[in-house]
Ligand binder design. Structure first.
Ligand code: NAD
Length: 334
């Protein structure tokens, strides 16, 4: 029996998760919601995905242009076992009551608060925390990126300080900026450290800056080590960590531009780079301090986590069975 999945909010994350769900043999994509009949709605229809109006208030927009919807969100909720809420941050909290009323499990995204759910989630770090749960939050792109590499070296961590260099907007977003400035997050430390702590019990502080780019985030990570760890050991650990890839500046990966080009060369959907990219040359140990620099493709790193979260919530597979299955289905390199 396949788990029936609906997607509420078919934007950057929603459309990628919908695509990923459609690649799973133990899940069925039942439908997605749209607020208006834009090109995204027409594309979903072309792909054979039933489109539902996100609310009855939006039905007239669809009627006006003769776009036939399969119903409204409430109709979709009657047909699914789980809804992935990929609406803009904060909206999920408002939607939860509706999901509860329909007896439907829900996966929320990183724009929601940890207190909304029973577990915050990054598959390789805490898959078991979501087993059998009804409400799970896949944490933000940055938190997922930090958690993937830090969980691999968790036993060596005394303290982490990481600087988040954040992309200003996603490529399709023309409303956000800055377009010619560097904007520090004056809340110091930033919220990213505490967000990692919703998954990993480590001592971590972060600061954050927004810069005018759309491609990826970059993290500069410094770890104060609890016990000795050589550079070669870290390389070995990351080489054996799922959803983390090492890239060499010496091979032409000198910026986020080449990382995205690499994903394009792989013919990945939407040039998704699901894996966290660590620059191999940046891995260095000085005394009891480890340094490394990594990049996060904000539009896609959380996508496999949504799939694993669903498997955990329905207890369809154990941790490594699910991670491997998801990786295979999306062409994740390791
Ligand atoms: P988005 O703006 O690209 O997509 C949101 C979609 O929801 C849009 O299509 C919008 O039209 C639709 N929507 C708006 N109001 C709605 C409503 N009332 N009901 C249903 N749908 C509605 O946003 P996104 O970037 O995909 O973000 C979704 C969630 O994922 C947020 O929690 C965000 O924090 C999180 N997230 C985003 C990124 C990223 O970099 N884009 C990365 C990781 C996590």
């Amino acid at each position: 029996m396949k788990v029936k999945v609906g997607i509420n909010g078919y934007g950057t994350i929603g459309k990628r998760v919908a695509h990923a769900v459609s690649k799973q043999d133990d899940m069925e994509l039942v439908g997605v919601t749209k607020t208006k009949p834009d090109f995204g709605a027409y594309r979903a229809k072309e792909l054979g995905i039933p489109v539902y109006a996100a609310s009855p208030d939006f039905l007239t927009r669809f009627k006006k242009v003769g776009f036939e919807v399969a119903g409204t969100l409430e109709d979709l909720l009657e047909k699914v076992d789980v809804i992935v809420d990929a609406t803009p941050g904060g909206m999920g909290a408002k939607n939860k009551e509706l999901y509860e009323a329909h007896g439907v499990k829900a996966v929320f995204e990183g724009g929601e608060k940890a207190s909304l759910v029973q577990a915050s989630f990054v598959a390789q770090a805490n898959y078991e925390a979501a087993l059998g749960k009804d409400y799970v939050r896949v944490v933000s792109c940055n938190t997922t990126g930090l958690t993937r590499t830090l969980s691999a070296i968790q036993e060596y961590i005394n303290y982490v300080y990481a600087v988040m260099i954040r992309r200003a907007a996603d490529p399709d977003d023309i409303k956000r900026g800055p377009i010619n400035a560097i904007q520090p997050s004056v809340k110091v430390p930033s919220h990213h450290g505490p967000d990692v702590q919703t998954i990993l019990p480590i001592n971590i502080e972060t600061t954050a800056f927004v810069v005018p780019t759309t491609l990826m985030h970059v993290h500069s990570v410094m770890v104060e080590l609890k016990k000795p760890l050589a550079r070669e050991d870290v390389i070995d650990i990351f080489e054996n960590t799922t959803r983390v890839l090492l890239f060499e500046e010496g091979r032409g990966f000198s910026s986020t531009a080449q990382l995205i080009e690499f994903a394009r060369d792989l013919h990945r959907e939407w040039n998704n780079l699901y894996e966290i990219a660590v620059w191999k040359e940046s891995i260095n140990v000085k005394g009891n301090r480890l340094f490394y620099i990594q990049a996060v493709h904000q539009e896609s790193d959380v996508v496999p986590e949504n799939i694993d979260a669903i498997r955990a919530m329905f207890e369809l597979a154990d941790k490594w069975e699910s991670i491997k299955k998801t990786n295979r289905s999306l062409g994740i390199l390791k």
